[in-house]
Design a protein around this ligand. Structure first.
Ligand SMILES: Cc1cc2nc3c(=O)[nH]c(=O)nc-3n(C[C@H](O)[C@H](O)[C@H](O)COP(=O)(O)OP(=O)(O)OC[C@H]3O[C@@H](n4cnc5c(N)ncnc54)[C@H](O)[C@@H]3O)c2cc1C
Length: 381
């Protein structure tokens, strides 16, 4: 066992952090306040190679490992203090792209991956629906009916990250209701298809620098060649592999954010004086810092362990679920404790801890709730 990250990953982490600090962080507060999506930042992220990190080099990406990609997302969140843009990156680069990397035909890879790698195409995943979240497979209403060499899709997807700005979506739909989770197929859907509509932009509490909406399909025709893998193999084969990456790479944003919150909390505690002493001298403040640091270290190890298992080509349902539930709950606790150190200033927009507090809240809900993660862990124990 070796707990040290390889030199090349450490170097890349430092580069990503420095890039986001100079390019993303300066406008984060303003974009958060007004819910602004800034395409010029996306372009720069593409030029930096961040949008196609785990796409193989032959298709225009960087061919990075799961661990390298995980650390890059951690560094992005840590340096940018921009949970929304980190989420948009994850929705594009992981859940909106990796299904094509894992399961695409050669033609699908050649058609989509190079444009996803540069960011010319923005992608996302359409799984959740207005009536189906945790029970995504069992309650799915979106139907895909085969007609000749096309599928006709009808249904609505809810809470789709990158919905209003996406060009390509990985969409799950029922093709055989009688088979339950085994009767779901996955399609690559382009925004230009007839019958594709973007619903209204959702006005969110946090992650406001990413855009989220419903996607509505009304007799939308999808060519058969855009189905990923065999009919009915969607949820189990494609869904599970993708969700394990999501619960590792996207969740790494929570450790980056925790690091940022702790660093800024410690700095503030050293500078702010009350009762003639810096806050850091008070034992109650030290306790918050120590507990937060312990949670961060534990969460980081759990996430890296899950990433290494993916790089070994092994399934990681328990590891990714444990990492997800622990890291996201820990980051909410850290946001609370570090916010407490800032006192009244934690309530004011100009202080990044206020934004981090709101952004962090999504962690235990998105990508499978804490309750669902616990049931996966229990069922596999
Ligand atoms: C900002 C944002 C971005 C998102 N991005 C995407 C995206 O890009 N693509 C996508 O497909 N989805 C996305 N989602 C959806 C997200 O994954 C779902 O919100 C999440 O899976 C929970 O589903 P739900 O909201 O329908 O809650 P529900 O499933 O209705 O759950 C409500 C509550 O009941 C609990 N619960 C449900 N079932 C059980 C059970 N069996 N045992 C115990 N408790 C249970 C849940 O844990 C939760 O506490 C996004 C959501 C948000 C808010």
């Amino acid at each position: 066992m070796n707990f040290a990250l390889p030199e090349e990953i450490l170097e890349f982490k430092a580069n990503v952090k420095s890039f986001v600090k100079s390019v993303i962080l300066p406008s984060a507060e303003e974009r958060d306040l007004h819910g602004i999506w800034d395409p010029s930042l996306w372009k720069k992220m593409g030029e930096m190679g961040l949008l196609g990190l785990s796409i193989p080099e032959e298709y225009g990406g960087q061919g990075a490992s799961c661990l390298m990609t995980t650390v890059a997302h951690e560094a992005f969140a840590e340096g940018s203090c921009d949970g929304g843009l980190t989420l948009a990156l994850g929705a594009h680069a992981i859940i909106g792209t990796m299904p094509i990397v894992f399961c695409g035909t050669e033609a699908q890879k050649r058609k989509y991956l190079p444009k996803l790698a540069t960011g010319e195409y923005i992608s996302g995943l359409g799984l959740t629906e207005p009536g189906s979240g945790s029970d995504a497979a069992g309650s799915m209403e979106t139907r895909a009916v085969k007609k000749g060499d096309k599928y006709v899709l009808n249904g609505t997807k809810m809470f789709i990250t990158n919905g209003p700005i996406g060009d390509v979506f990985i969409v799950m739909a029922v093709t055989d209701k009688s088979k339950g989770a085994m009767g779901i197929s996955v399609f690559i859907v382009e925004k230009g298809y007839k019958g594709f509509k973007v619903g209204k932009k959702l006005n969110k509490m946090g992650m406001r620098t990413s855009l989220t909406s419903e996607l509505i399909f009304e007799d939308m025709e999808v060519p058969e060649e855009n189905r990923l893998e065999k009919e009915n193999s969607g949820f189990v084969r494609i869904g599970r592999a993708t969700l394990e990456w999501e619960r590792t790479v996207l969740v790494a944003a929570s450790i980056g954010s925790m690091q940022n919150m702790i660093d800024s909390g410690v700095l503030y505690a050293k500078q702010r004086k009350q009762f003639g002493e810096p806050l850091i001298k008070f034992q109650a403040i030290q306790d918050k810092i120590a507990r937060s640091r312990m949670k961060l270290d534990a969460a980081r190890l759990l996430i890296y362990k899950s990433a290494v298992k993916k790089d070994q080509g092994l399934p990681a349902p328990i590891e990714s679920s444990i990492a997800k539930v622990y890291a996201t709950e820990a980051s909410n606790e850290v946001a609370y404790d570090m916010g407490q150190i800032f006192g009244g200033y934690a309530f004011i927009h100009e202080f990044p801890i206020e934004r981090a507090y709101r952004d962090t809240r999504l962690g235990t809900i998105g990508a499978g709730t804490s309750e669902v993660m616990r049931s996966i862990i229990a069922a596999n124990t």
